[in-house]
Design a protein around this ligand. Structure first.
Ligand SMILES: [Zn+2]
Ligand SMILES: [Zn+2]
Length: 334
């Protein structure tokens, strides 16, 4: 089968034929229908220090996907059957640690990552642990099923931010930031403003229902946002988030900075009495259920953020588009 492989500990990938995988105990085998490229995949492609610490080549990359179940190798009780369209939760939890014992599976202390610590989904076939397999509702468009991970992250961020009736700022309009705007609207935010340097992303945000999408926030608006969703991970973006949030307001952090971030703790945490929360991933499976509801009720149309589709064999071209930033979500079709 064709697969996108991180073959060596260096930048780049190879696209080549490899033997199809066999499901191990308590795993399923799926025929991949669509996979989507995540920002993490750019880091893996470029082989940054984080990727080098987490991936042991040779390995098939990719974690956002939808596939059809072709084999189930388990005696565990499950409602998943052959032919189901399933997606994978990237965070493979251990079920033994303290966090798992209190149902915080998404921040498991011994977490393994699909397409990062083990073979992933940029291939014609993939194996997934049964415990991290999500059975999709058949009424959801199949392309959208592949993009539920970023949407799920957005759902968790917006849920924590409690946006109903609030003025909301979204710092950073990558796919998860764009999703956050759609979810905030669905959850009854009063006004949603997005910030991004790229005109392409701002235009996309306006099509998705943001009230405004701007290059930067005017200082006159500092201190007026009830909730700020920090999706950029950018040092300047984080500083703007601290200034833009109102006294007593809330910031939910999702974007991961590549450097240490300084905060004037007294000025913001004490004097402004703001709350800063953070999101690492989707609550398993509560967030997936909320995400499904948004899709079934057609409150969010994920197909609007899918801007490009490529064959698996065209992965290099797809990666080029991802890196250009002139895109929403990029789909791969095996
Ligand atoms: Zn992802
Ligand atoms: Zn655990």
């Amino acid at each position: 089968m064709l697969a996108v492989l991180k073959e060596k500990s260096q930048s780049g990938v190879v696209i080549k034929d490899v033997p199809p995988p066999k499901p191990q105990k308590d795993e399923i085998l799926v025929k991949v229908k669509y996979a989507s490229i995540c920002g993490t995949d750019i880091a893996i492609y470029d082989w940054n220090p984080w990727a080098a610490a987490h991936i042991k080549p040779p390995q098939i990359i990719g974690h956002e996907m939808v596939g059809e179940v072709v084999e189930i190798n388990s005696k565990e009780k499950t409602d998943i059957i052959i032919g189901d369209l399933v997606s994978s939760e990237t965070h493979i939890f251990c079920q033994n640690c303290y966090q798992c014992s209190i149902k915080n599976y998404h921040i498991c202390e011994n977490m393994e990552l699909f397409g990062i610590g083990r073979n992933g989904a940029f291939a014609e076939y993939a194996t997934i642990p049964l415990k991290t397999t999500w059975k999709n509702d058949a009424s959801i468009p199949v392309e959208a099923m592949s993009v539920q991970e970023p949407l799920g992250n957005a759902v968790n961020v917006v849920t924590k931010a409690e946006v109903k009736g609030k003025k909301v700022l979204v710092m950073g309009l990558g796919p998860t930031g764009l999703c956050a705007g759609m979810v905030a609207k669905a959850y009854g935010a009063k006004e949603i403003v997005g910030v991004n340097r790229r005109e392409y992303r701002r235009d996309l945000a306006m099509k998705l229902g943001f009230d405004r999408a701007v290059n930067e926030i005017d200082e006159s608006e500092y201190g007026t946002f009830d909730a700020v969703l920090e999706m950029s991970g950018n040092r300047i973006g984080i500083q703007v988030a601290l200034d833009a949030v109102r006294i007593g307001g809330k910031i939910i952090a999702f974007g991961i900075p590549k450097e240490n971030i300084d905060i004037d703790w007294g000025k913001y945490m004490i004097n402004k009495e703001i709350t800063i929360g953070s999101v690492f991933g989707r609550m398993i499976w509560d967030t997936w259920k909320d995400t499904t509801k948004l899709l079934i009720d057609k409150k969010v149309d994920l197909r609007k953020i899918i801007t490009h589709r490529f064959k698996l064999s065209e992965f290099e071209k797809a990666m080029e588009v991802m890196k250009s930033g002139e895109c929403g979500k990029v789909l791969l079709v095996p």
